[in-house]
Design a protein around this ligand. Sequence first.
Ligand code: ADP
Ligand code: TRP
Length: 319
Amino acid sequence: MRILSGIQPSGILHLGNYFGAMKQFVDLQDANESFIFIANYHAMNTIKEPKVLRENTLEVAISYLSVGLDPKKVAIFRQSDIREVCELTWILGTLTPMGLLERAHSYKDKIAKGFSPDLGLFAYPVLMASDILIYQSDVVPVGKDQKQHVEIARDIAIKFNNTYGETFKLPNPKIEDSTAIIPGIDGQKMSKSYNNFISPFWSEGEIKKQVMRIVTDSTPVEEPKDPDKCNVYNIYKLLATKSEIDDIRAKYTNGGFGYGDAKKMLLAKILDYFAPIRKRYFELKNDLGTVEAVLKDGAERASLLANKTMESVRKNVGL
Ligand code: ADP
Ligand code: TRP
């Protein structure tokens, strides 16, 4: 199977990105042919400072390598290094109905939040379809919030194939159910935009500060508590083994275990779980030459596929 996915370079990555996206990429890399990129064209919708865009792009590349993506197995590249993606976006746009894009949740959400709609925001799913189709991807692992975009890519591919003859493979989204939505420190979806996130790439002090801010209720220490309703537990369980989960559940339900104790256990768990990942991350921050070499090699591999697809696209549409 050919796996393809990408993450927008919106800044430092958090536990939601790790469990919702990056960990799946790592788990899939051995048995599949993988293409994993940094969606810097997409990020231009929100980032208008060149320096920030450039730095954030490297941040994602460093994060990919730190969490264990192996550049020998996976082509890791910048979206913008494959310019043909923009050419294909135009071509796909000529057969994408406005109604399909008007129904996109992420577009509707952004508008509801007061973003002024520009063409980039509206056409975002077409660019994403182009990313997916240009590499003839079979499977697209994404968080639940991106599922609709993969379905839009599939709809566009079907329309293209019906209009111009078989050209694109039909992609399928892959969503990991157990980790579909990772909660943040306030119990809402963990997200950059809600400022409720925990990053494994922060300093220990910053991680501690944010763990201590996790919202809990005011049940006294001695009373039994319901772990499933606790934001600390809901993050802890992502990182713990089955027997550690059973242990902490017993602590909650027996009483005599305070939220402060739970937070200490969570902090220790985060630092322990991410120790090797953090070590690689801080090493790579000082070794950007290695990161650039990986991106260059990844772009060369991605380019071969993109060029091959574009040759048939141009031929089939009459360019
Ligand atoms: P953010 O909401 O912080 O801006 P993005 O939308 O850039 O995060 O997400 C990048 C990737 O990480 C996507 O594949 C998305 O589905 C996944 N992701 C982000 N937050 C979560 C979450 N809380 N739970 C599960 N997956 C998430
Ligand atoms: N839109 C995705 C996000 O915000 C990033 C992305 C862009 C992507 N192109 C893609 C994901 C293609 C999967 C496949 O997270």
